[in-house]
Design a protein around this ligand. Structure first.
Ligand code: NDP
Ligand code: 2IT
Length: 452
């Protein structure tokens, strides 16, 4: 019988090896630490998980594709970007996960996202494996025609690696409905197949699911509500700080309002807006979704209640709950200390890995309910899996039906994480609960399917 401390030592050795074998990938190291550091209790309790090679296989992607993406701008100049698709684990279903277009994208970033996706997708219970992709292409300031040419070039290579039963990409930072449209068009042209289930996040008239655009933000608010409910509270009347102003942030703000809470901030990489009357969603959608502008335009047009703080962080604004919805490591130890000082009750991650490990530790120590991204933001990929189901059946469900399923899935994930944490002596620790519950599902499938 292996003890927890022997298991911890073995996992520490493995983490050191991961750092050596994957040099210059700090985000992947961070994600691997965050998961492996919580697994000792379950590995010690269930000897089959100590089988040599199981965790080693889990941290090694099944396949990693890196490719050249040449494209021409509107002046005819040639640009060369790098494209990635990391197919991390398919024990539970086809690889599933978004594509990120952002200048900070590199292999380590895509591996961290793909690794997180394995456990997140397992938590949905919907039969999807984990993968992620993207490019260091920066869509900011590019015309529609440039974005289209980039997407077509990207898909001209990617198409050979994906398919409805193989690997199903979707959106992430810098990839929304417009990009999915261009990518789908090129896939259809090259393959001569109407294969709706090859991408999710499609438009309403051609295979997209109702509520997919809303799903990540709505799901995160439902998860935050479930954490508060566990403590005998609800969202009614609560003030929220939200970071980001993209897909996840916008629908987080929308669902908060629907449940009686008030989001007073949003942000982008230029700074943040604080609006004491609460964010006016119609104005924010107009600026971000229609004009593709910056958040300072919101403060200019909103009037006296709002101001723009260049370069600042939303975490300085006092609030009852915080929903980071922009990017990784956007909430550090100092931000966590500020939130705690201001009396925050819950922090729920809409983005992937937005809180640093030090911030998570501090928040949990202070008794703040903390929802890790792989549980809290799983609503997006869950509705992607529902989109795949609709595509497969050549049908489409009503918004009410999809939202009902989403609510059920988010509550189920909350319960699973909560109960798993209790079972492994970590009551209220959703990080441990999410990691162990996701791990159990993937590990059981991997063990059943042999050494591959
Ligand atoms: P969008 O591209 O729609 O929006 C991203 C927002 O975050 C923008 O406001 C952007 O500002 C800001 N942002 C991005 N990178 C940075 C950075 N390095 N520094 C400061 N601000 C930044 O992306 P999404 O809303 O789709 O994604 C947001 C987060 O949610 C990501 O972590 C993503 O992985 C995660 N997520 C997304 C899901 C989805 O379904 N879309 C599902 C689950 C998680 P700017 O325009 O100035 O760059
Ligand atoms: O991080 C994520 O879960 C996403 N970007 C959504 C993935 C998906 O396949 O819908």
């Amino acid at each position: 019988m292996t003890t927890r401390s022997e298991t911890r030592t073995a996992l520490d050795h493995l983490l050191t090896e991961i750092e050596h074998r994957n040099p210059a990938q700090p985000e992947f190291h961070q994600a691997a630490h965050e998961v492996l550091e919580t697994l000792a209790p379950v590995i010690a309790a269930r000897p089959e998980y100590a089988e040599p090679g199981l965790i080693e296989r889990l941290v090694e992607p099944e396949r990693q594709v890196i490719f050249r993406v040449p494209w021409q701008d509107d002046q005819g100049r040639v640009h060369v970007n790098r494209g990635f698709r990391v197919e991390f684990n398919s024990a539970l279903g086809p690889y599933k996960g978004g594509l990120r277009f952002h200048p900070s994208v590199n292999l380590g970033v895509i591996k961290f996202l793909g690794f997180e996706q394995i456990f997140k997708n397992a938590l949905t219970g919907l039969g999807i494996g984990g993968g992620k992709g993207g490019s260091d292409f920066d869509p900011h300031g590019r015309s529609d025609a440039e974005v289209m040419r980039f997407c077509q070039s990207f898909m001209t290579e990617l198409y050979r690696h994906i398919g409805e039963h193989t690997d199903v990409p979707a959106g992430d930072i810098g990839v929304g409905g417009r990009e999915i449209g261009y990518l789908f068009g090129q896939y259809r042209r090259i393959t001569n197949r109407w294969e709706a289930g090859v991408l999710t996040g499609k438009g309403q008239g051609w295979g997209g699911s109702l509520i997919r655009p809303e799903a990540t933000g709505y799901g995160n608010v439902l998860f935050a509500a479930a954490m508060l409910r566990e403590r005998g509270e609800d969202l009614e009347g609560q003030t929220a700080v939200v970071s980001g102003s993209g897909n996840v942030a916008i629908y987080t703000i929308e669902k908060l309002a629907a449940l009686g809470a008030n989001a007073v901030t949003c942000s982008d990489s230029s700074g943040y807006v604080v609006d004491e009357k609460g964010i006016d969603l119609d104005l924010l959608k107009q600026i971000k979704e229609v004009e593709r502008g910056r958040v300072d335009a919101y403060a200019e047009r909103r009037g006296a209640s709002a101001r723009f703080v260049p370069g600042g962080r939303v975490w300085d604004v006092p609030a009852d709950i915080a929903l980071p919805s922009a990017t990784q490591n956007e909430l550090d130890e100092n931000d966590a200390a500020t939130l705690i000082r201001n009396g925050v009750k819950a922090v729920s991650e809409g983005a992937n890995m937005p809180a640093t490990p030090e911030a998570v530790h501090l928040l949990q120590k202070a008794g703040v309910a903390f929802g890790p991204g792989k549980a809290a933001n799983a609503g997006g990929v869950a509705v992607s899996a529902l989109e795949m189901a609709q595509n497969h059946a050549r049908t489409s469900w009503s918004a009410a039906r999809v939202e009902k399923e989403l609510t059920h899935i988010m509550n189920d994930i909350h319960t699973t994480c909560h109960e798993t944490a209790e079972r492994y002596d970590a009551p209220g620790d959703y990080v441990t609960g999410a990691n162990i519950a996701g791990f159990e599902r993937v590990a059981d499938a991997m063990l059943a399917q042999g050494v591959i």
